[in-house]
Design a protein around this ligand. Structure first.
Ligand code: NAD
Length: 232
């Protein structure tokens, strides 16, 4: 038991969970807090607003973020703070939060997550691109501007590879080795991101995310883990 506690304290991190009111974000936040980490939940509650606009409800009731935080505290969970913030629109607030809290890591779930919604109308296409790409880019520039060494963990999607376009071939982990033929007949070897083949505007935003990550890692050495996740 003592060893267990010591291990927790040794690895205690401060973590911002962006999109922490969401389907994946809330359990992730609770799990991190349960392991003894300091957790700050950031969300603009847009998923709840979209559900109201679409006149749909979850099959299982979802308590308000206030009730969730209180219930977590009432059962003895390590308290988490909540920040109502739109990461795609409120750059200065995001930057100030990062500068003042100095997190060790950011888990980034804060995007419009539905492919069908992203394809519904020109308005939902534009919203999905504006929200997802701006949000990710704001996070990257805020980390660079803060000057802090913060590791980003992002939940992308296996849909960046396209569905069915590889005819059963094994997709390597993230990068592909290619040989580029030169005019003089020689070839040079390069590692590139595996070619993307998005099937919806939502998936396209995740392919843009991975380019932003590649660039900011190359140019500013931001540390990023981009998980190309299947359906949770
Ligand atoms: N659930 C899955 O099966 C799955 C699979 C692969 C990838 N992902 C990705 O994981 C992430 C989380 O998915 P989810 O299923 O939990 O979705 P979700 O909609 O339940 O959670 C996303 C949360 O982010 C918030 N958000 C959106 N835009 C924001 C912004 N600009 N500023 C602040 N908060 C914002 C929403 O209000 C919501 O609470 C998404 O990026 C999604 O694309 C999910």
């Amino acid at each position: 038991m003592i060893e267990h506690v010591a291990l927790h304290l040794e690895f205690r991190l401060k973590v911002l969970v962006l999109g922490g009111d969401g389907f994946c974000g809330w359990p992730c936040a609770v799990n991190l807090a349960d392991q003894g980490h300091d957790v700050l939940v950031v969300d603009n509650l847009s998923r709840r607003k979209i559900d109201i606009d679409l006149e749909v409800e979850s099959l299982t009731p979802i308590s308000s973020i206030g009730d969730r935080l209180k219930a977590w505290k009432d059962i003895g969970g390590k308290p988490m703070s909540f920040h109502l913030l739109d990461i795609a629109k409120e750059y200065d607030r995001l930057l100030n939060l990062i500068k003042s809290e100095k997190p060790d890591a950011v888990v980034h779930f804060a995007e419009q997550r539905a492919a069908p919604y992203s394809m519904k109308t020109s308005a939902t296409k534009r919203y999905t691109v504006d929200n997802n790409v701006n949000g990710t880019h704001n996070l990257l520039t805020a980390i660079v501007e803060s000057g802090l060494d913060i590791h980003i963990v992002h939940l992308g999607t296996m849909g960046v590879y396209g569905y069915g376009s590889h005819r059963g071939a094994t997709i390597p982990e993230g990068y592909l080795k290619v040989e580029v033929p030169q005019p003089d007949g020689s070839r040079f070897e390069e590692e590139i991101l595996h070619p993307a083949s998005p099937g919806s505007v939502y998936h396209m935003t995740k392919t843009l995310d991975q380019l932003l990550f590649l660039y900011y890692n190359k140019n500013d050495q931001v540390r990023i883990t981009d998980l190309h996740q299947g359906i949770v």
